[in-house]
Design a protein around this ligand. Structure first.
Ligand SMILES: CC(C)(COP(=O)(O)OP(=O)(O)OC[C@H]1O[C@@H](n2cnc3c(N)ncnc32)[C@H](O)[C@@H]1OP(=O)(O)O)[C@@H](O)C(=O)NCCC(=O)NCCS
Length: 182
């Protein structure tokens, strides 16, 4: 399989406790519980958007088909969508950015690490991607720990760079397909 094969058929990725899968209108009540929580955006570089405050808006427009992924993170035990994860800014099918968030009440259970590890493995094993990377605010220790647990390497510090809509000091974290252990 290659990225092009997932343009219309987005992947479903299962882990011990989670399923990463496309979201649908049935998920709106779950998303309403956490998507507008401002604490999720402290180091995200922006405030919740109109559609994050009103998740029904997310499903009003048909999205243009792209190679990017935006999947919900479903907790198997409850069947609830407790977070979401992106693989985006894909360049030449070789490099892409990752981002994810986990609802406050479901944090510190290892879900972030479990979701990101599974998505990373999927990208390197089932697509042509060779490098995944992200920007992390230097104050976002939760994200740094999670990325390091998933094998991402801190490559450098950007001073007062642009993070979505704000300017801050941030680290670049990245992992190469060749870094992945069996
Ligand atoms: C970053 C985030 C996804 C981590 O999700 P999570 O499910 O809580 O992560 P995990 O439970 O897998 O924890 C990973 C590590 O971070 C640590 N950690 C989690 N939250 C923490 C916090 N608030 N402060 C310090 N360490 C924290 C955990 O203890 C764990 O380390 P350990 O195994 O050594 O104890 C979550 O905090 C979040 O959604 N934050 C807001 C959005 C965001 O900043 N996303 C990152 C953008 S890339």
């Amino acid at each position: 399989m290659a990225l092009v094969d997932y343009i219309t058929n987005k992947p479903i990725i299962k882990t011990d406790r989670l399923t990463l899968r496309p979201m649908c209108k049935n998920d709106i009540p779950d998303l309403r519980e956490w998507m507008s929580d401002e604490s999720l955006y402290t180091y995200w570089g922006k405030k919740p958007s109109k559609s994050e405050k009103n998740p029904e808006l997310l499903f009003e427009k048909t999205e243009k088909p792209t190679k990017s992924f935006h999947l919900g993170i479903e907790e198997s035990a409850s069947g609830k969508v407790v977070g979401d994860i992106w693989v985006y800014l894909i360049e030449n099918d070789r490099m892409a950015s990752v981002a994810l968030r986990i609802a406050h009440d479901y944090q510190r259970k290892g879900y972030g690490t479990e979701a990101l590890s599974a998505m990373t493995r999927f990208c390197f094993e089932k697509t042509e991607l060779k490098r995944l990377w992200t920007k992390v605010d230097v104050r976002n220790t939760a994200s740094q720990k999670m990325l390091e647990k998933c094998g991402y390497i801190r490559e450098g510090l950007i001073r007062q760079g642009k993070m979505v809509n704000t300017w801050c000091d941030y680290y670049i974290y990245a992992i190469l397909s060749s870094d992945l252990k069996d």
